[in-house]
Design a protein around this ligand. Sequence first.
Ligand code: GLY
Length: 372
Amino acid sequence: MSDVAIIGGGIVGCACAYELAKAGAQVTLVEYGKAGMQATNAAAGMLAPFSESHAPDAMLRLGQRAMADYPGDVAALEAECGFAIELQQYGILRVALDDGGAETLRRRHAWQRGLGIPLEWLDGDACREVEPRLSGRVIAGLYSPAEASVNNQMLALALLRAAESRGARIVERTPVRRLRLRAGRVSAETGAGAIDADVIVLAAGARSGQLAASAGVGLPVRPIRGQMIALGGMRPPISRIVWGPRGYLVPRANGLVFAGATVEDVGFRRRTTASGLRTLRAAARALVPQLGAAQVQFDWAGLRPGTADGLPIIGPVAGTNLVAATGHYRNGILLGPVTGKIVAHGIATGDWRDVPAEFSPRRFGPRAAADA
Ligand code: GLY
């Protein structure tokens, strides 16, 4: 098995490190800050393959596979690491506040039910029977019991620790300045010297596009900011995820409710704004009026790795030793662990056939430039 360098210590990089180390690779993971502290830390931890899906496509199928693996993977990691990852299989209630919203939910219900996805249609009163503190303005809802959430911070930490205990070397606070491509081989330049490996996995989240470009490789990934707030702190007024037209509420095991998230194309500016926070508070209050009086315990923002077609980029970059594992946009927590498995299998066997063509780096055309 090859030696592999992974650029990026978010959930995708950590999962790749874990799976590759398990498969016997010599793994070095390089992270520019603290592992798990960028977009992975900023997430709300939702596992929402159906609620985040817009069509019966490859993305939905990958999400279903990821979701099916989650309980077993979490149990194995918890047993190995000794701390709780807080998988909460409480489902998602998507709600509508007007006729247009109800119609959108109805269409979603029709096509997803046709695929056998478990869903329950609820009128407004039935929604309030399930979640008594929901606003009287809720007129309909779609309950999806098979969706869940996880403590994203603890999951990333568990993957990192499990990778380390299998021999992966974790190098933190070491920014990769650029990638260099010579004679089909990519190496990573850091302040502490160059990193060479048989395979370089690019899992640098929102920075992946810039880093790929520095080696003349065209992987169009760009940052999409999401702002979040944490509300309350005693007992959550909801007992499952509630998702409305302008945002979602995720009750966490510690009693807080995370309310998110904005979707903003503002480059690498990773900070919250007064208007973003106002929007989140208003969206939360519209769903659960009681949250209008809840304290904002903290606020934060993260940069999702967005791609032009909204799909992740997974697989080898033709003619190089570079493997892409990036562009997971709104679904990094859901898809991180399964991406680790796919990448480890591909690198170990050279067989990438289980990666749908929709996710291949090849969809962006041949490599963007000759060797730099
Ligand atoms: N996964 C939800 C979000 O990105 O806002």
